[in-house]
Design a protein around this ligand. Structure first.
Ligand code: IPE
Ligand code: MG
Length: 222
């Protein structure tokens, strides 16, 4: 969800006002993708590396997450959204940890779109977490295959992403779902996150529908 800062600067607003506008876009985006039949949506909200930002901005982003959970979780629950958290709770306040866990618990049996919130998330850290977990369980090396490893990640039971959309014109992975994105289609749009609306979603899905996915094979084998 990139471009909140640039969106704000273009309007003479503070970066935090940009982040706030970004959170106000979340509900619209979820229902738009759900209406298109998307079953899993992952929002990259806060990376492990985002702790490097100025303290006031970090504090603002953490506070915003708490506010979004308080404001949205009951609506999302009513709409049947199942919320997952991707990332670590380490470093978050006890209060925020409880809010995240409660929201995940409240929605865990919902059968609508699954919303993965990548918060305090890093792809490399996730891979190391999984490796350490397997080692701590004394997993026999010969039993460590792609299936077991995938099941040990935060995204256990979540399919690999078909499409990764990056807003605000960047062309970087930024430590996002490194294992899971091996064959994801990548799409970048210049639109900043707060402006990422229905038309922008249509454009992204339209572009995706033109891709030919071969997963390393040849077209004829499909
Ligand atoms: C939001 O956009 C990303 C978050 C970490 C929440 P940015 O804050 O990266 O916006 P730009 O890149 O400065 O425009
Ligand atoms: Mg950015």
């Amino acid at each position: 969800m990139d471009g909140n800062g640039r969106w704000a600067r273009e309007r003479g607003l503070s970066r935090l006002q940009g982040h706030r506008a970004g959170t106000e876009n979340i509900r619209r985006v979820i229902s738009n993708f759900a209406n298109h039949g998307v079953r899993y949506l992952t929002l990259y909200a806060f990376s492990i590396e985002n702790w490097r930002r100025p303290r006031a901005e970090v504090r603002g982003l953490l506070r915003l997450l708490g506010e979004v959970i308080d404001r949205e979780v009951h609506n999302l629950h009513r709409e049947g959204v199942k919320l997952n958290h991707l990332g670590t709770l380490d470093g978050l306040s006890t209060r925020l940890q409880k809010r995240i866990l409660a929201a995940v618990d409240l929605t865990k049996t919902n059968t609508g779109i699954t919303l993965n919130l990548a918060f305090n998330y890093g792809g490399r850290q996730e891979i190391l977490m999984a490796m350490n977990k397997l080692l701590a369980q004394a997993t026999p090396p010969e039993s460590v295959d792609e299936t077991l490893f995938s099941q040990t990640l935060y995204t256990a039971d979540v399919p690999d992403p078909d499409l990764i959309i990056r807003t605000a014109g960047e062309h970087r992975m930024s430590n996002f779902l490194l294992w899971q994105s091996a064959y994801s289609e990548y799409y970048s749009t210049p639109t900043c996150w707060p402006d990422f609306n229905e038309a922008a979603i249509e454009d992204a899905l339209q572009a995706y529908s033109q891709r030919q996915r071969r997963f390393g094979g040849l077209q004829e084998q499909q």
